[in-house]
Design a protein around this ligand. Structure first.
Ligand SMILES: NC(=O)c1ccc[n+]([C@@H]2O[C@H](COP(=O)([O-])OP(=O)(O)OC[C@H]3O[C@@H](n4cnc5c(N)ncnc54)[C@H](OP(=O)(O)O)[C@@H]3O)[C@@H](O)[C@H]2O)c1
Length: 301
């Protein structure tokens, strides 16, 4: 049975409740009937357990925010990445189909290759350039086949209070260093090198969580792009973090080629908000979201 009334509590089963996004989803789902699951409660690779949990929780919606999200780690652990991000998602979709529940699946801007120079629309062809993106792209195709009314939400560059994220790293690196009396020529001002040739949209997990709950309430189907408004490079993002936090660090722009990582990243992965706006949902600008993140960021980083 689906929850059709806007004010009735939804029954939601959330995989990935302990993650960066999942923790804010738990807050945003306050007032709904929520089954919040970590990997210890249900490993996505355990088909029988996933099926039992979905069946027993009688959800209106299953939100699948669980994933193996270590983009570089996926390159050397591709079997694990595929079994969690794709096969695990398929187990959830099959269980939801049996339980007649809707599924909202979290996907990524990394399903695209980054060769465009204008925002990606939901119908643009997938062409992932790293293993993480491949596992998510494959999962999208399988889920659309199993559940024609699935809602796939692609997002990007998440930051939030629930764990490791880019602003937390920059704040840690930008903290003034103690002066070394024996070597006063060594500057106490931290210098941070950040890539300036990858463009995307930073997204605050608090804003994304409330957009996801709204999409469930609106019975959304199909592919939706949901990020904070505006876009920037990682370098711009770091500069803005340092500026808003009032830290004396110097941020230096570097190229992706100078900063080799195991996984390739798309040079441009800005997602068009048209599909989100079509549901009457707007997300704030990323600089405004960063201000709210910093207002609560931990002081001891
Ligand atoms: N982070 C980003 O920048 C970003 C960008 C685009 C899309 N996304 C997508 O958004 C979603 C949320 O990302 P996130 O950054 O919040 O993730 P995260 O912080 O890495 O959290 C991952 C969550 O998945 C769970 N999990 C991992 N392996 C599992 C397994 N085998 N079985 C069951 N649960 C498992 C973890 O549970 P434990 O705590 O028990 O390990 C945790 O709750 C993911 O689908 C991700 O692909 C993220």
């Amino acid at each position: 049975m689906h929850c059709d009334y806007n004010n009735a509590a939804m029954r939601v089963t959330l995989f990935g409740a302990t993650g960066l996004l999942g923790q804010d989803l738990v807050h945003a789902l306050h007032g709904e009937q929520l089954a919040a699951l970590s990997s210890k409660d249900a490993d996505l690779r355990d088909r029988v357990r996933v099926n039992r949990i979905v069946k027993d929780s009688h959800p209106d919606w299953v939100i699948l925010a669980a994933a193996y999200t270590d983009v570089d780690g996926c390159e050397s652990n591709s079997d694990h990445a595929l079994s969690v991000n794709c096969e695990g998602a398929v187990y959830v979709a099959q269980a939801a189909r049996q339980a007649q529940a809707r599924v909202l699946f979290l996907s990524t801007d990394y399903v695209f290759d980054g060769t465009k120079s204008s925002p990606y629309e939901t119908g643009d062809p997938r062409n992932p350039i790293n293993v993480y993106g491949q596992t998510k792209a494959r999962a999208e195709v399988r889920l659309l086949d199993i559940l024609p009314d699935v809602c796939i939400v692609r997002t990007s560059w998440l930051f939030g209070h629930g764990g490791k994220c880019f602003p937390a790293t920059i704040l840690r690196l930008a903290k003034p260093q103690p002066e070394i009396p024996a070597a006063p020529e060594i500057s106490a001002t931290p210098r941070i090198s950040v890539v300036n040739d990858q463009r995307g949209s930073p997204t605050f997990t608090v804003d994304l969580a409330s957009a996801l709950v709204a999409l469930c309430r609106k019975q959304a189907t199909g592919i939706v792009h949901a990020t904070n408004a505006g876009d920037c490079t990682w370098y711009d993002f770091a500069k803005e973090i340092v500026r808003q936090a009032g830290l004396p660090a110097e941020v230096k722009p570097v190229t992706t080629a100078e900063f080799q990582r195991p996984a390739s990243r798309p040079a441009y992965s800005v997602l068009s908000p048209a599909s989100l706006h079509a549901h009457g949902i707007q997300m704030p600008d990323w600089k405004d979201a960063l201000r709210r993140y910093l207002a609560k960021a931990p002081t001891s980083l």
